[in-house]
Write a new protein. Structure first.
Length: 205
């Protein structure tokens, strides 16, 4: 039996909204059979770094502030340079999620920043894999990917409301991302094992 994929969710949450999404990513990944570790990047220690190093995939998350990821996440990203120098995370899968108060609000800049960070580490980026919701007259704000982002999962919540007001569709979109990362990571690992052992993956006829 194949070992379950190990997913790390590396995120910063300022007021709890991003934490809601992080837990949703975890729920989606677990539903697909993955082992999931939550890593709060604002307080890294050896155990947290070890969790990222041993993960098969890392999902980055942060709120969008002033057109990019939060400052605490940027500090974390800069501190990954030692891993970058030896390409310690090369060929891990990666993805990302973010939330901001504005429905647009440059969240795509944050998702693009995550993807570039992953590319610098030699990671393989996983897109959201959903068509846009809520963009035709018969669609609604309850659709998955209701904000129409593709580089990862994006959410919005009014800046003056608490974390428990994150929209259910955005929570479901984050769950979808976690499930997709876990599923694709399992496929990636199965393919790597097949190449190493010379056996065909179980999915082949």
């Amino acid at each position: 039996m194949q070992t379950p994929p190990v997913i790390a969710v590396a995120y910063h949450s300022g007021r709890g909204h991003t934490d809601v999404l992080a837990r949703s990513v975890r729920a989606g990944a677990r539903s697909a059979g993955a082992e999931v570790t939550m890593v709060g990047v604002a307080a890294m220690d050896d155990a947290a770094w070890d969790s990222l190093d041993r993960a098969d995939a890392i999902v980055f998350g942060a709120p969008t502030h002033m057109g990019s990821a939060s400052g605490a996440f940027h500090v974390f990203a800069e501190s990954t340079s030692r891993r970058w120098a030896r390409q310690a995370w090369k060929d891990k899968l990666g993805s990302g999620f973010t939330i901001g108060a504005c429905k647009a609000g440059d969240k795509d800049s944050t998702l693009g920043y995550f993807a570039t960070l992953g590319a610098q580490h030699g990671m393989i980026w996983v897109s959201l894999g959903l068509l846009p919701g809520w963009h035709l007259s018969h669609e609604s704000e309850n659709d998955l990917n209701r904000l129409g982002y593709f580089n990862g999962a994006a959410a919005t919540a009014p800046g003056d409301l608490p974390a428990d007001t994150v929209h259910k569709a955005d929570i479901a979109t984050a769950e979808h991302l976690g499930e997709r990362v876990a599923r694709l990571t399992a496929i990636h690992l199965a393919g790597r094992t097949a190449l190493t052992t010379g056996q065909r993956p179980a999915t082949e006829n």
